[in-house]
Design a protein around this ligand. Structure first.
Ligand code: 5GP
Length: 144
Protein backbone atom coordinates (compact mmCIF):
# COMPACT_ATOMS: atom_id res chain seq x y z
CA UNK A 1 0.00 0.00 0.00
CA UNK A 2 1.30 3.42 -0.91
CA UNK A 3 1.34 6.63 1.04
CA UNK A 4 -1.93 7.67 -0.55
CA UNK A 5 -5.27 5.94 -0.77
CA UNK A 6 -8.44 5.33 1.22
CA UNK A 7 -8.55 4.45 4.91
CA UNK A 8 -9.58 0.83 5.45
CA UNK A 9 -12.13 0.82 8.32
CA UNK A 10 -11.47 -2.90 8.81
CA UNK A 11 -7.76 -2.57 9.55
CA UNK A 12 -6.69 -4.36 12.72
CA UNK A 13 -6.35 -1.20 14.84
CA UNK A 14 -9.81 0.04 13.80
CA UNK A 15 -11.17 -3.32 14.96
CA UNK A 16 -9.32 -2.98 18.28
CA UNK A 17 -10.82 0.51 18.77
CA UNK A 18 -14.31 -0.87 18.10
CA UNK A 19 -13.72 -3.79 20.44
CA UNK A 20 -13.99 -6.32 17.62
CA UNK A 21 -10.46 -7.60 18.24
CA UNK A 22 -8.78 -8.10 21.62
CA UNK A 23 -5.88 -5.97 22.78
CA UNK A 24 -3.93 -5.65 26.02
CA UNK A 25 -4.64 -2.01 26.83
CA UNK A 26 -2.33 0.27 28.81
CA UNK A 27 -4.24 3.56 28.60
CA UNK A 28 -7.46 4.77 27.03
CA UNK A 29 -9.48 7.97 26.97
CA UNK A 30 -12.02 9.32 24.50
CA UNK A 31 -9.35 10.28 21.93
CA UNK A 32 -6.33 8.05 22.43
CA UNK A 33 -5.62 4.35 23.02
CA UNK A 34 -2.32 2.71 24.00
CA UNK A 35 -1.93 -1.07 23.90
CA UNK A 36 0.80 -3.68 23.88
CA UNK A 37 2.31 -4.76 20.55
CA UNK A 38 1.68 -8.51 20.17
CA UNK A 39 4.94 -8.95 18.24
CA UNK A 40 7.17 -6.90 20.55
CA UNK A 41 10.60 -5.78 19.42
CA UNK A 42 11.55 -5.45 23.09
CA UNK A 43 9.92 -5.98 26.48
CA UNK A 44 7.24 -3.33 27.03
CA UNK A 45 6.81 -2.41 23.32
CA UNK A 46 3.50 -0.58 23.05
CA UNK A 47 1.56 1.34 20.41
CA UNK A 48 -0.23 4.68 20.67
CA UNK A 49 -3.14 5.41 18.32
CA UNK A 50 -5.86 7.99 17.81
CA UNK A 51 -9.44 6.85 18.28
CA UNK A 52 -10.80 9.90 16.47
CA UNK A 53 -8.75 10.09 13.28
CA UNK A 54 -8.77 8.09 10.08
CA UNK A 55 -5.29 9.26 9.16
CA UNK A 56 -3.34 6.30 7.83
CA UNK A 57 0.00 7.95 8.45
CA UNK A 58 1.69 11.05 9.82
CA UNK A 59 1.35 12.95 6.56
CA UNK A 60 -2.44 12.76 6.75
CA UNK A 61 -2.85 13.56 10.43
CA UNK A 62 -4.88 16.51 11.65
CA UNK A 63 -2.95 18.98 13.91
CA UNK A 64 -5.09 18.24 16.97
CA UNK A 65 -4.57 14.50 16.47
CA UNK A 66 -0.82 14.97 16.31
CA UNK A 67 -0.98 16.96 19.54
CA UNK A 68 -2.98 14.22 21.28
CA UNK A 69 -0.63 11.51 20.03
CA UNK A 70 2.57 13.36 20.85
CA UNK A 71 1.45 14.09 24.40
CA UNK A 72 0.18 10.55 24.94
CA UNK A 73 3.37 9.07 23.47
CA UNK A 74 5.50 11.17 25.81
CA UNK A 75 3.35 10.16 28.78
CA UNK A 76 3.50 6.46 27.90
CA UNK A 77 7.27 6.66 27.28
CA UNK A 78 7.80 8.24 30.68
CA UNK A 79 5.62 5.62 32.35
CA UNK A 80 7.36 2.72 30.58
CA UNK A 81 10.75 4.12 31.60
CA UNK A 82 9.68 4.41 35.23
CA UNK A 83 7.98 1.02 35.29
CA UNK A 84 10.61 -1.03 33.48
CA UNK A 85 13.73 0.91 34.44
CA UNK A 86 14.98 0.78 30.84
CA UNK A 87 18.21 2.47 29.75
CA UNK A 88 16.63 4.20 26.78
CA UNK A 89 13.44 4.34 24.77
CA UNK A 90 12.89 4.35 21.02
CA UNK A 91 9.91 6.15 19.50
CA UNK A 92 9.29 5.04 15.93
CA UNK A 93 6.68 5.64 13.30
CA UNK A 94 6.50 4.29 9.73
CA UNK A 95 4.74 5.79 6.71
CA UNK A 96 3.94 3.62 3.69
CA UNK A 97 4.91 0.08 2.80
CA UNK A 98 8.27 1.19 1.47
CA UNK A 99 9.09 2.60 4.90
CA UNK A 100 8.03 -0.58 6.71
CA UNK A 101 4.46 0.31 7.69
CA UNK A 102 2.26 -2.78 8.01
CA UNK A 103 -0.91 -1.44 9.67
CA UNK A 104 -2.44 1.58 7.96
CA UNK A 105 -3.87 3.44 10.93
CA UNK A 106 -1.46 6.12 12.22
CA UNK A 107 0.47 4.90 15.27
CA UNK A 108 3.59 5.56 17.29
CA UNK A 109 5.77 2.75 18.64
CA UNK A 110 7.12 3.14 22.19
CA UNK A 111 9.97 0.64 22.58
CA UNK A 112 11.92 0.38 25.84
CA UNK A 113 15.63 -0.31 25.31
CA UNK A 114 18.38 -1.84 27.42
CA UNK A 115 22.08 -1.50 26.73
CA UNK A 116 22.63 -5.26 26.81
CA UNK A 117 19.54 -6.39 24.90
CA UNK A 118 19.33 -6.44 21.08
CA UNK A 119 16.23 -5.09 19.36
CA UNK A 120 14.09 -7.70 17.60
CA UNK A 121 13.10 -7.05 14.00
CA UNK A 122 10.18 -4.77 13.17
CA UNK A 123 6.87 -6.67 12.72
CA UNK A 124 8.77 -9.95 12.57
CA UNK A 125 9.14 -11.08 16.16
CA UNK A 126 7.30 -13.91 17.86
CA UNK A 127 3.82 -13.39 19.20
CA UNK A 128 4.01 -12.73 22.96
CA UNK A 129 1.88 -14.54 25.55
CA UNK A 130 -1.09 -12.31 26.53
CA UNK A 131 -0.39 -13.09 30.19
CA UNK A 132 3.10 -11.63 29.86
CA UNK A 133 1.74 -8.60 27.98
CA UNK A 134 -0.91 -8.04 30.64
CA UNK A 135 1.72 -8.05 33.38
CA UNK A 136 3.79 -5.46 31.52
CA UNK A 137 0.73 -3.34 30.70
CA UNK A 138 -0.31 -3.31 34.36
CA UNK A 139 3.15 -2.18 35.45
CA UNK A 140 3.28 0.60 32.85
CA UNK A 141 -0.28 1.71 33.62
CA UNK A 142 0.57 1.90 37.32
CA UNK A 143 3.42 4.29 36.47
CA UNK A 144 1.25 6.71 34.45
P1 5GP B 1 3.81 -0.83 11.59
O1 5GP B 1 4.53 -1.93 10.87
O2 5GP B 1 2.56 -0.48 10.83
O3 5GP B 1 4.65 0.37 11.91
O4 5GP B 1 3.40 -1.39 13.01
C1 5GP B 1 2.34 -2.25 13.20
C2 5GP B 1 2.60 -2.95 14.51
O5 5GP B 1 1.42 -3.60 14.89
C3 5GP B 1 3.72 -4.01 14.45
O6 5GP B 1 4.72 -3.71 15.39
C4 5GP B 1 2.99 -5.31 14.77
O7 5GP B 1 3.76 -6.14 15.59
C5 5GP B 1 1.74 -4.82 15.48
N1 5GP B 1 0.59 -5.67 15.32
C6 5GP B 1 0.19 -6.31 14.19
N2 5GP B 1 -0.98 -6.97 14.41
C7 5GP B 1 -1.32 -6.73 15.70
C8 5GP B 1 -2.42 -7.13 16.50
O8 5GP B 1 -3.34 -7.85 16.08
N3 5GP B 1 -2.45 -6.68 17.78
C9 5GP B 1 -1.45 -5.89 18.29
N4 5GP B 1 -1.58 -5.52 19.57
N5 5GP B 1 -0.39 -5.49 17.56
C10 5GP B 1 -0.33 -5.89 16.27
Amino acid sequence: MSLTGPYDPDNIFAKIIRGEMPAVKVYEDDRVLAFMDVFPQAEGHLLVISKASQARNLLEAEPEVLEDLALATQRLARAATRALQCDGITISQFNGTAAGQTVFHLHFHVIPRWADRPLAGHASGKMEDPVVLTGLADRIAAAL
